[in-house]
Design a protein around this ligand. Structure first.
Ligand code: NAD
Ligand code: UFG
Length: 330
């Protein structure tokens, strides 16, 4: 298939482009480089030894998006492009709603105009809100505590309505849990701008001495050791999940959790990182972070049953590969 990948130079998008190309598909990447670097394109081409058409375009720009659709005979779109920093979304709700929701409408309109009927959307476990774990796809979406989470829930509703109105559409909504790790080559991975919000890049920067210690946000949750529990998934597994979703995509609306189904606490993650890389990570227990859930992990049976996909890598592999990428960056 020929796949338009929006946000294809970002963390998950770049790994998914590698997986798509390795599975024999072709990709066209569009990214405005607001949270990525052009160098990632060279790295993806280096890994796959393939040439990739790239457009430095903002996907909220209707004319530029239509021009890309008119140049390529596309079979599918995977829409990753968007802003993703939870804290920033509270300070900049207009920018978040504009970028994340308008982009989806514009891509969906272009799909209608150019008869592209396969659409894969990056959603998030955040849409489950305060539901009871493990999260199952059939659960009602609960209000999230920030505009970023709301943009994911709104996008899901918009895309479902669009798919309901046109039976020819094949829609796959993928709810990611917590991506971690990097490509084995160490060439691509997660490179957040400024001080990382997410725990794995934060720990990696403690490991290389850029940051002094990890602040553990609360140890009084009702979890195995009091710290927050998450379902970390290797970005390589996540990328493979997109290929499986695309290759098994039929008409209608399909929603899948992409996680491992395993909950890992913050202290367990720190220990796994230390064991995998033989590096001590200093920690300090601090107050809970506002808006955090105690536990968030997936029921992954639907993706296994319908897509034949399941995660292969464990938390130790994620810690090893995250550090392998981080140490190569400096
Ligand atoms: P990322 O920031 O690394 O990648 C997003 C890419 O989209 C970046 O390269 C950025 O430059 C580009 N982009 C943003 N707005 C754009 C626009 N208007 N036009 C063109 N390009 C634009 O993020 P990621 O971690 O790879 O996440 C990809 C998707 O998955 C996002 O939609 C994100 O919300 C979602 N998601 C991420 C996580 C996570 O923890 N990383 C979890 C759940 C869902
Ligand atoms: N944590 C710390 N210290 C830190 C950073 C995080 O203790 O410096 C803890 C958090 O309290 C939480 C866990 O580590 O218990 C994971 O936190 P992250 O910030 O890495 O990830 P979140 O689960 O908060 O959110 C992430 C993405 C969201 C996405 C969600 C999906 O940031 O966009 O996963 O599950 F929606």
């Amino acid at each position: 298939m020929k796949v338009l990948v929006t946000g294809g130079l970002g963390y998950i998008g770049s790994h998914t482009c590698v997986a798509l190309l390795e599975a024999g598909h072709t990709v066209v990447i569009v990214d405005n480089l607001s949270n990525s670097k052009i160098d990632t394109l060279n790295k993806v081409m280096q890994i796959t030894k393939k040439n990739i058409p790239f457009y430095k375009v903002d996907v909220t720009d209707v004319l530029a998006v239509n021009s890309i659709f008119s140049k390529h005979d596309l079979d599918a779109v995977i829409h990753f492009a968007g802003f993703k920093a939870v804290g920033e979304s509270v300070e900049k709700p207009i920018e978040y709603y504009h970028n994340n929701v308008v982009s989806t409408l514009i891509i969906a309109e272009a799909c209608r105009k150019y008869n592209v009927h396969r659409f894969v959307f990056s959603s998030s476990a955040t849409v489950y809100g305060d539901n009871k774990v493990p999260f199952v796809e059939t659960m009602d979406l609960l209000p999230t505590t920030n505009p970023y989470g709301e943009t994911k829930a709104i996008n899901e509703r918009i895309l479902i309505d669009i798919a309901k109105a046109n039976p020819a559409i094949s829609l796959s909504i993928l709810r990611y849990f917590n991506p971690a790790g990097a490509h084995k080559s160490g060439l691509i991975g997660e490179s957040p701008v400024g001080i990382p919000n997410n725990i794995m890049p934060y720990i990696s920067q403690v490991a290389n001495g850029k940051l002094e210690k990890l602040r553990v946000f609360g140890n009084d949750y009702n979890t195995v050791d009091g710290t927050g529990v998450r379902d970390y998934i290797h970005v390589i597994d996540l990328a493979a999940g997109h290929v499986a979703a695309l290759e098994n995509l039929n008409e209608g609306i399909h929603i899948y959790n992409l996680g491992t189904g395993q909950g890992v606490s913050v202290l367990e993650l720190v220990k796994a990182f230390e064991d995998a890389n033989n590096i001590k990570i200093p920690i300090e227990i601090v107050e809970r972070r506002p808006g955090d859930l105690a536990s968030c992990y997936a029921d992954v049976s639907k993706a296994k049953q319908e897509l034949g996909w399941e995660a292969k890598y464990d938390i130790v592999a994620m810690c090893h590969d995250s550090w392998n990428f981080e140490k190569n960056r400096f």
